[in-house]
Write a protein that binds this ligand. Structure first.
Ligand SMILES: [Zn+2]
Length: 260
């Protein structure tokens, strides 16, 4: 099987002898991958990843690695993602995004029809799925890339208990189009949609055109997202700064400005 069979479309050879590979599963700090030479396990090159210069790979990512026939290979770069599914990182006490999967076309959302069925959870999934840029419906939940005989690949992400909202402006727009259609139609442009006269949202709820519970859930997800968006901007800026510092340091070192 070739790396193209795994969906890779970029260049094959690189100047530094690294080759493209696709991450098929993540086990802590070890990454299972598949490449032209076959499968294997790899770890991350410390310098690039600890400096924040490279983004941590996740299942589905394409990476460049130095392949080892015996022992662990070394991942040196995460290639840019076509699509990604992000949620709020549940392990971070500070708030940051976690990329659950990358480079997919369609998202299937699945939920069993038993007592655990929860419409609000489905709304949450849908919002995140829309934001990911996939043509998607929703999901299941061990994150592993599986190759089917037809040539299609599935990344199964086994049940996620927490799906925090993360930068989901577009996702909300799509999964709550029925709600957002009433926004911007109120008499006052700064309407808070509580009890202002001429409020299109409250009118729609009163007339039954808009389900009050949908409105409540929309407000809940939006508030959650607003909080993480501010945090997201902060983290993106921090990452950019770290990258610049790392680049500068490399340049100085190259020019011999840093002496030991
Ligand atoms: Zn209003």
């Amino acid at each position: 099987m070739t790396i193209q069979d795994y969906g890779y479309t970029g260049a094959i050879s690189t100047d530094d002898g690294s080759i493209p590979a696709r991450i098929t599963a993540v086990f802590g700090n070890q990454f299972a991958f598949i490449c032209e030479q076959g499968g294997g396990l790899a770890r991350l090159k410390t310098k690039e990843y600890d400096s924040g210069e490279e983004e941590y790979p996740t299942t589905g990512d394409f990476v460049l690695l130095r392949y080892q026939t015996d022992g662990e290979s070394l991942i040196i770069k995460t290639l840019s993602r076509r699509t990604s599914f992000q949620r709020l990182d549940p392990s971070s006490s500070g708030r940051s995004a976690q990329t659950v999967t990358a480079n997919f076309d369609t998202v299937f959302l699945m939920q069993s029809l038993n007592q655990n069925f929860n419409l609000h959870r489905m709304e949450r999934y849908l919002t995140l799925a829309w934001q990911s840029g996939a043509r998607g419906r929703h999901t299941t939940t061990r994150r592993q890339l599986i190759f089917l005989p037809s040539g299609a690949m599935i990344i199964d992400t086994p049940g996620m208990k927490e799906l925090g909202m993360w930068d989901v402006r577009e996702g909300l727009e799509k999964s709550f189009a029925d709600v957002e259609q009433f926004l911007g139609r109120c008499r006052f442009h700064d309407c808070l949609h509580t009890n202002e006269p001429g409020c299109a949202v409250q009118d729609a709820i009163a007339s039954g055109a808009l389900d009050e519970e949908r409105w409540t859930q929309y407000c809940r997800l939006k508030n959650e997202a607003r909080y993480s968006e501010n945090k997201g901007d902060f983290l993106r800026q921090k990452q950019r700064r770290n990258k610049e510092i790392a680049k500068k340091a490399r340049r100085l070192k190259k020019n011999g400005d840093i002496r030991r």
